[in-house]
Design a binder for this molecule. Structure first.
Ligand code: SAH
Length: 356
């Protein structure tokens, strides 16, 4: 049995079954054995690949979007350029290269990376070695006040979700316990109802057996972004896979070596994510104007992905096939094009590029 599994079984023995959120938080963030604490999960040799790792075009278009919003806001100087969960630092590097076309942008930008993984912090530091003054944070809270331009790609899907199951007239929390032999983990459902305020009231009509997921940490972070935007101005681009409205059904999933795995089988050894409920993020981001969510493929095409791909292919004919493949992965409905969505938050009422 892995060290984390033994630790979780001991914890369940003393505290009782864990909420799915506590389980997810331990699998991803346990200080000794957590998935993100102990490895770089990205790329062909890792467990999954993200849009910025597929192509430089993704970060470049995100950077151009941010630079345009910064200019539209009157080019505030200084401002905070923040990325949540920056992975290997690839998106930020590509975004800065593209955004530096906007006069004064680089000089005005104070760069803040919100990252809890020591392994990925090291990768970010290496990737951004030539960028002066990068600051790291464990949480958004410690980023100083001021105009904010923020990007997050595949960050919200890694935040812990609670699960509730409808039993007759009430919602009961689904948890992680263990089997009789105390050797494997399994899902259990509370016999007593969850506190009424833990599930949105509009769900009261859901049929018996429905499963609902909720991400309070995601809502809290979206709320904090919204408050900062309202107070200091700026814009945010939140990109993730997920659904437009609150939906039913389990989306918690484990991925290991580019394949789906059992989320309970090897805690800490597989990536655990859940689909992002964009309607919940938008509702939580009070004070900011919200735009979208829009499908990623549509968004990238509207921002000029085709022209960028053409330019890259012309500049290096050997890369033509790789650029074509990346274009397809980022935009095709059977790849990332429609499952991934983009939500923009802004202090300005005006519709940002791509959302018209
Ligand atoms: N944005 C990157 C990486 C996505 S993976 C990309 O697109 O390639 C998720 C990222 O979020 C990782 O960098 C991970 O370490 C970070 N992360 C996960 N949970 C976090 C948390 N609670 N606080 C801060 N960072 C977190």
């Amino acid at each position: 049995m892995s060290a984390l599994k033994a630790k979780l079984i001991a914890r369940i023995r003393s505290e009782g079954p864990l909420s799915v959120a506590d389980y997810m938080a331990a699998c991803l963030g346990d200080p000794e054995h957590g998935y993100y604490r102990t490895r770089d999960p990205l790329g062909a040799a890792g467990d999954f690949t993200t849009a910025p790792e597929i192509s430089q075009m993704f970060g470049e278009l995100a950077g151009a979007w941010v630079a345009e919003r910064w200019m539209a806001a009157g080019a505030p100087s200084p401002f905070h350029l923040v990325e949540l969960g920056p992975g290997r630092g690839t998106l930020m590097a590509d975004a800065l290269r593209a955004a530096s076309g906007a006069r004064g942008f680089r000089e005005a930008a104070r760069i803040h990376l919100v990252e809890t993984s020591p392994v990925l912090r090291a990768a970010q530091s290496k990737r951004l070695a030539d960028v002066a003054g990068v600051q790291w944070h464990d949480r958004l809270d410690t980023v100083p006040d001021g105009p904010l331009f923020l990007v997050a790609n595949e960050f919200f899907d890694a935040l812990p979700v609670h699960q509730f199951v409808k039993r007759g007239d009430v919602w009961c929390e689904r948890r992680v316990g263990y089997d009789d032999a105390e050797t494997s983990l399994r899902f259990v459902v509370d016999a007593k109802a969850a506190a009424p305020q833990s599930v949105p009231a509009f769900l009261s009509e859901a049929p018996d057996g429905s499963l609902f997921e909720m991400c309070p940490l995601g809502a809290a972070i979206a709320g904090a972004i919204g408050r900062r935007l309202a107070r200091f101005g700026g814009a945010a681009l939140l990109i993730d896979y997920g659904h437009t409205g609150a939906g039913f059904g389990e989306t918690l999933q484990a991925v290991k070596a580019h394949r789906y795995a059992d989320p309970l089988a090897e805690p800490g050894e597989a990536d655990l994510t859940a689909h992002v409920d964009f309607s919940a993020l938008a509702a939580a981001a009070q004070g900011a104007h919200t735009f979208g969510p829009l499908e990623q493929g549509e968004f990238l095409l509207r921002l000029g992905l085709a022209a960028r791909a053409e330019a890259l292919s012309r500049a290096n004919s050997n890369a033509r096939e790789a650029v074509r493949a990346a274009f397809h992965r980022l935009t095709a409905p059977e790849a990332m094009g429609t499952l991934f969505k983009v939500l923009a938050l802004s202090s300005a009422r005006e519709t940002p590029p791509g959302f018209a």
